[in-house]
Design a protein around this ligand. Structure first.
Ligand SMILES: Nc1ncnc2c1ncn2[C@@H]1O[C@H](COP(=O)(O)OP(=O)(O)OP(=O)(O)O)[C@@H](O)[C@H]1O
Ligand SMILES: [Mg+2]
Length: 381
């Protein structure tokens, strides 16, 4: 019965006695080793099973000695032809009342599994290489993208430079008008032989401010070639509004309009470049004056803290002609203007918005045709 079971097994079976000699085997073992069943019988197991370190034999021997089960171990089976085959071996002790009688070794040919494993391994290696190639390709695409991005940035910068240069020219013209008006007034007074001391006293601060603007804008033109940060410092927005109104009034820009200021009693300090903020206010107020035109009208400038107290809000309201809804989305586009060529370039609002945004604020407009327009900007405190 025992022999029949052994014979029926697909794997090679070698029953070994305590001396290490093969006592019983099956056809599968004969097929695998190339020996006949008769040749195998009596053969020392050490001749059939070897491993590089002879570790298995030691293990088998030890297992035979203490009768423990040998779990799957990889080893080499030496067939008649001599070239060792890889096998996986399990072993279980054969016990009787007298103790250990021997061990049943079951050896399974693992060449096919090895081949499969090898194929899998090379497949994995291939896949890994494909992944590496893909990664490298991705990296080079990223690099190209970055290059494109850089050159796009450069192109965009060049385009912006044009607009910015136009913006600086625009401000210089605005400010030059103030100077011309002051000089005119002085000349008028002089030719009328009036005492100009008082007039000089009021005009000098304006002329000083004009000079500051020209210097700042000169700097800005140089910065366009090599950008650097603007000089910023804490300033009181209420004070800037007051100074800008005085300057525009001095230049005769506010002759026909009523200007109302709603300024808080306390200073509202923002950390900005003063000339930049003056530039925003000049642009918004000059636009309001233009919108009022020859009629009577009012410009209200309201400075107050935001609801959460973290920002300063400035509103410039006018009772001018208003902006038709179809124009409202376009007024911040560079060069959008409804004025004649000698009166407007369409750069005032985009420049003003750019400045506000550079400080992390927003400049927005609401308007009703025939009723007026409100521009609102905010700056962090
Ligand atoms: N307060 C306002 N009321 C009515 N329309 C306005 C007002 N402010 C601006 N606009 C409209 O928006 C347009 C663009 O204004 P922006 O200040 O950018 O340029 P501009 O005043 O036309 O020319 P520039 O300021 O360059 O001399 C104006 O031409 C005008 O049509
Ligand atoms: Mg303007």
């Amino acid at each position: 019965m025992f022999e029949n079971v052994i014979e029926a097994m697909v794997d090679a079976v070698l029953v070994v006695d305590v001396e290490g000699g093969v006592t019983l085997t099956n056809t599968a073992a004969a097929r695998l080793t190339g020996y006949t069943v008769e040749e195998l019988r009596g053969m020392p197991i050490a001749r059939l099973l070897v491993d590089e370190t002879s570790g298995l034999r030691t293990v088998v021997r030890r297992r035979i000695e203490d009768g423990a089960v040998l779990r799957r171990e990889e080893s080499w089976l030496v067939p008649k032809t001599g070239a060792p085959l890889p096998v996986s071996v399990t072993g279980s002790p054969v016990m009787s009342d007298d103790g250990l009688q021997g061990i049943v070794l079951v050896a399974r040919d693992i060449r096919e599994i090895r081949e499969l494993l090898k194929a899998k391994e090379s497949e994995i290696a291939l896949r890994r290489k494909a992944e590496d190639d893909l990664r490298a390709a991705n990296a080079s695409i990223e690099e190209q993208l970055e290059e494109t991005r850089q050159s796009l940035l450069l192109a965009e910068r060049r385009a912006t430079l044009g607009t910015l240069a136009g913006g600086v020219g625009h401000e210089l013209r605005n400010i030059a008008q103030i100077q011309v008006a002051a000089v005119d007034e002085l000349l008028g007074a002089l030719s009328a032989n009036e005492d100009v001391t008082a007039l000089v006293r009021t005009l000098l601060p304006d002329l000083e401010r004009v000079a500051e603007h020209i210097t700042e804008h000169g700097k800005r033109l140089m910065q366009l070639a090599r950008p650097g940060p603007d000089h910023v410092g804490p300033i009181d927005l209420n004070a800037v509004v007051r100074d800008v109104i005085a300057m525009l009034r001095g230049a005769g820009k506010l002759r026909r309009v009523t200007v109302v200021t709603e300024l808080g009693p306390e200073p509202l300090t923002v950390t900005v470049n003063r000339t930049r903020i003056e530039q925003i206010l000049v642009n918004l107020i000059v636009n309001a004056v233009d919108a009022i035109g020859d009629r009577n009208g009012t410009i209200t400038i309201d400075v107050h803290p935001s609801a959460d107290g973290k920002r300063v809000v400035c509103e410039v309201r006018d009772t001018g002609c208003g902006i038709p809804p179809e124009n409202l989305p376009r007024i911040f586009q560079p060069f959008f203007t409804t004025k004649t060529e000698d009166r407007g370039t369409g750069l005032g609002l985009p420049v003003a918005r750019g400045i506000v945004e550079s400080y992390g604020g927003m400049l927005v407009a609401t308007s009703t045709v025939g009723a007026g327009t409100t521009f609102t900007f905010d700056l962090p405190r």
